[in-house]
Ligand binder design. Sequence first.
Ligand SMILES: [Zn+2]
Length: 420
Amino acid sequence: MKRRIRRILSLCLACILLGACATEDGRVLDPRFDTEEYLPQYDMQNEFSFTNVACETEDIIYYMMSMAEQQIHYYNKETGEGGILCGKPECTHAENGCNSFAITAGGLNIYDGRIWFITWNPSAPGSILYAMDLDGTERERIQTLSYQGGHSTKMHLHRGYLYIGVSQREVIDGEPSYHFTITRQEIGNESDEPELVYENRARMSQQFRYIFKGNSLYGYCQWAESTDIEKTTELFRCDLRTGTQETLAVWDSTSMNPGGLWIDEEKIYISESELLGEEEKRETWTTQLWVWQYSLKNGTIEKCMEITHPRAGGQWEIGPDLYLGAVEQVPQEEKFAFTIMDISGEMVREYIVENSPPEGELPGQMTYGMTEEGMICSISWMLEQKEKGDPAMLEEIWWVPVDPTEEVRELAEYYTYTLA
Ligand SMILES: [Zn+2]
């Protein structure tokens, strides 16, 4: 309660300091949003802050494949039932008219009782935002977006706005650089020009995340200026009522993989990891994993966990109850491993995928998100092609419950073929 009062007091203070400007701009789109409490109908699902190709209701997870496929799938955690999300009568789910079609770049969002996603606009540049009922019916075109794409896109719906975060290459005075922006525009209002919420420019690669709490956006951006080894990470906050932004913390990073971002009542958590060992000898690989915690009360940042872990390549997501989850590679065996641990680094569950195609190489893995109940992730294999027309890649989606007594399940698989 004390914290609440302090927050209200500090908001009042901000209003006084900003004066008339705050009265004019310090607003929310709807009186329902005039609260710092969590609104399940209208707030982003912070569990899916990575590429958000997954989202969930209490019983059902919705997800897409990260590789070639462009259809929304569902999985019912209670019944174990799942498939392509399309409620269109007599649909073969193979043609463009299928209700399940979307593009992974836009991600999936549950908002106001429906599922939201984008597809490219076939008749003009840009893309289109759609919403659909959760049973795959009533697919509705909402608005055309000027958004042009970008592999790093993270698109989230929160309290009446569509937010798009993207890092794009540009050239300034003949020098290449990266430009990271988060913009927002009103959902359902095509004439609303995208408004800049945050931006950062850097010479070398940028990685970023953002999540929401009430009427604040919290995010990090990691960038490099001259070499990809020396990186800087900034944790920032944007006040969405007043349009102001502040830097909360800045630190030097040795990580190749800034990962999960999570916020609770008192702290913000950021995971980072670095691959150790000799590059050409995968049997020597291990991972250094650590978690930062930023105190919202004190404005201080410190490491709350640091461990060495005998796996490689994991992108660690943080979720409710501060569980960390990642899909990783087992260095000695060319296998995938799913790992869930608590914030102190104690192992909660580990599962090694035993059905690897024997000749398969491991090109990639992706942790979609860590929820209260479990982790959803994607793994893929490069396949040996014996004859023309053989599949070239296999991708599988897996569900890993936090509870070690519940079964780890493969939800779907998808083969990609090269053109013969
Ligand atoms: Zn269909």
